[in-house]
Design a protein around this ligand. Structure first.
Ligand code: FAD
Length: 559
């Protein structure tokens, strides 16, 4: 992974995106595209070509790109999603489409196809999903039949069907996953290849400004040099190798979408007068519809920045961490967008105010690039192994580190996050002793608990870095250290409550007797978790005051 952009280039890029959106994609235009179910091909080509050059950030410098790092790309993806997740999907599809080449291609393939994207702004599509192979790509049915001449392999004929392919009807170049004799393999196919066809654009719930189409492949011939990496059977590994990275980008889509909705709700609530004052001054409004969603989105940002920094430091894989980032960001974004509709009341339910569209758009982020349930499974399986391998020490050790952090930074909620991690460790150990993960539902619920407990821990660490002034320059700096610490405390309380409360609930739910459950209750320390809620309301007040840029007020009227 490249070292990435310098701070000035990243800021200029984000500024250029905002300026482009203001000029070419004002709200009225976005509503029109959504209503007419139209993919603005010219605009996406302008963004991915000479107009804005976004594609260059996804391409390594060696192939004519700018070689942005994971941190840069998360910031760029968040910004694109703030504009429109459908259009952002049209841009990201090129990045996804080129990924198998970037991770698995030969030098000649990288030079040929990456350069084509950089120089010509070619749009790409990533063709993995099939009608019968979605979450389970192993059920792949498309085939690649070798073609030989004089005993020499010269090419392949690809046949099959692909489903839900972003840019499927408009791409210049496709990467297609098909079953070759040696196993699943990626192939590069150009749009005019005889036998390649696409269906009409899907009529979707959201991201209606993106093009999604089925593909049909009827003995599409490609030369042997289109087999990515030059050897068969590496397709699923190549797809998996980039999950840490690509799921981070979809997490950024969730973050951008969630904030796009919340920022509208925040602005609206300052001007909407009910019961003699603006909604922004009603605690029952802000503390339900705004503040908890800010805390969850910022917790997911903390985890995303943590993953991005690790990727930029050269760590590979990080599949589980990418899944954690995607899960929390996209689930939180859906909740935030839904609350934003509520926050605008009847106006929120109409098209003109945009939050309704954002809610429909952001819905896709818990489905594509791996559904939330697949994320839960990925996370829980991995952390379960870690629990077994460390004989139950993993989360206990993480809790110890947080207590050390609490000693130096008592304001960031690390002691509360530690309570959550300890409760989680106790729940996992109980599940091991009683063999409860044989129930798939329990395994997946544990995944959800792991996400919250880990994100709470990382959020406390981020708040501590902010307090020390050591947050990355490229990080988002919207919240000053005291507000960030309050947000970290709010989220740590929620995560601890979930690990203890829901953890115990599911352990009871899966058991047939109360044996060992009373010991578990002592280990989970629910009363301590409840006591840690002390100060929650004051923290929520602090965050609301920060969001609305106002001084702490005397207690407001309950109306
Ligand atoms: C708008 C859009 C754009 C897309 N773009 C692309 C693209 O560019 N390229 C591409 O290749 N694909 C693309 N996809 C496909 C997307 O990645 C898949 O839809 C997704 O992976 C889920 O697969 P599926 O739709 O077949 O659902 P399924 O896998 O059938 O899942 C249906 C439901 O069952 C759950 N489920 C599945 N397996 C299990 C299990 N083992 N245990 C418990 N629950 C399970 C899922 O979580 C989900 O809730 C796109 C999809 C959409 C809708």
């Amino acid at each position: 992974m490249a070292a990435g952009l310098d701070q000035a280039t990243l800021s200029e890029t984000i500024h250029a995106l905002r300026e482009f959106a203001a000029r070419r994609l004002p709200d009225q235009k976005l509503i029109e595209l959504d209503t007419q179910d139209e993919f603005p091909e010219a605009i996406v080509r302008e963004m991915c070509g000479a107009g804005l050059g976004i594609q260059l950030f996804f391409i390594p410098e060696a192939y004519g790109g700018m070689g942005a790092g994971a941190f840069d790309l998360y910031r760029i993806c968040e910004q694109m999603a703030r504009i429109d997740i459908g259009i952002a999907t049209g841009v990201l599809a090129t990045f996804l489409g080129s990924d198998p080449i970037r991770v698995g291609g030969t030098e000649a393939q990288k030079r040929r196809w990456m350069t084509k994207i950089a120089e010509e702004g070619a749009l790409m599509a990533y063709g993995a999903t099939e009608p019968a192979a979605g979450s389970d790509l192993g059920a792949l049915r498309s085939v690649a039949v070798p073609v030989s001449q004089d005993g020499q392999l010269v090419g392949y004929k690809l046949s099959g069907a692909k489903q839900w392919i972003s840019n499927g009807g408009v791409a210049d170049v496709y990467t297609i996953l098909a079953q070759a004799p040696g196993g699943p393999s990626w192939f590069v196919v150009e749009r005019d290849a005889p036998g390649l066809g696409h269906g009409k654009p899907e009529d979707k719930h959201g991201i209606r400004a993106s093009n999604t189409a089925a593909l049909s492949l009827d003995e599409v011939y490609v030369d042997a040099d289109r087999l990515i990496g030059g050897s068969e059977g590496k397709g699923l590994l190549q797809a998996q190798a980039v999950f840490g990275y690509t799921r981070l980008m979809v997490a950024a889509f969730g973050l951008g979408g969630g904030w796009a909705a919340l920022d509208r709700a925040i602005a609206y609530s300052t001007t909407r007068i009910q019961a003699g004052g603006p909604l922004s001054e009603k605690q029952g409004y802000t503390h339900k519809l705004i503040v908890p969603h800010v805390a969850r989105l910022e917790a997911s940002r903390a985890f995303m920045e943590y993953v991005a920094e690790r990727l930029d430091a050269g760590e590979e894989g990080l599949t589980t961490e990418g899944a954690i980032a995607k899960y929390l960001a996209t689930e939180s974004a859906n909740r935030a967008a839904d609350a934003s509709i509520q926050a605008l009341g009847g106006y929120g339910y109409t098209k003109e105010y945009m939050v309704e569209k954002v809610k429909r758009d952001v819905r896709i982020t818990t489905i594509y690039e791996g559904t939330s349930e697949i994320m839960e499974m990925t996370i829980s399986r991995d952390r379960w192994q870690l629990h077994l391998k460390t004989r139950g020490r993993h989360y206990q050790d993480e809790a110890q580190k947080l207590l050390a952090l609490h000693a130096t930074h008592p304001q960031v909620g690390a002691d509360i996050a530690a309570l959550g991690l300890r409760a989680l460790a106790a729940v996992l150990e109980h599940a091991r002793v009683c063999r409860l993960t044989r129930h798939q539902h329990i395994l997946l619920r544990l995944g959800e608990l792991c996400v919250h407990a880990e994100c709470a821990a990382v959020f406390c660490q981020r708040a501590a870095r902010a307090a020390d002034g050591t947050l990355a320059e490229k990080a988002d700096h919207r919240f000053a250290p005291p507000a960030l610490a309050a947000l970290a405390r709010i989220f740590a309380r929620e995560a601890a409550e979930l690990a203890g409360g829901a953890g115990l609930r599911w352990m009871w739910a899966a058991s047939s007797s109360s044996a060992d459950l009373l010991t578990l209750e002592a280990g989970v320390a629910l009363p301590a978790i409840h006591r840690a809620q002390l100060g929650l309301l004051a923290d929520m007040d602090l965050v609301a005051n920060t969001l609305y840029d106002r001084a702490p007020a005397a207690p407001a009227s309950p109306l």
